[in-house]
Design a protein around this ligand. Structure first.
Ligand SMILES: [Zn+2]
Length: 67
């Protein structure tokens, strides 16, 4: 059915999150790394320098800074 998903194995994951900064430790794929906190700032997305996952802030979530 969804052969499109299988064809994307070469790409890095994009993960939608609702928190900023987001904590990344490499996930559960066995390729973990020390936990780091990634701040998206006003770009609403950030790429983890360890595992190259892209974190995207979910729509409707306010970017912090004006509390
Ligand atoms: Zn990571």
């Amino acid at each position: 059915m969804s052969s499109a998903a299988a064809a994307k194995t070469a790409e890095f994951e994009t993960i939608v999150v609702e928190t900023n900064p987001v904590a990344c430790d490499g996930g559960d794929a066995g390729l973990g790394h020390p936990r780091v906190y990634l701040n998206m700032g006003h770009d609403r997305h950030v790429v983890c320098p360890y595992c190259s996952r892209t974190y995207v802030l979910a729509e409707g979530v306010k970017v912090g800074g004006g509390h």
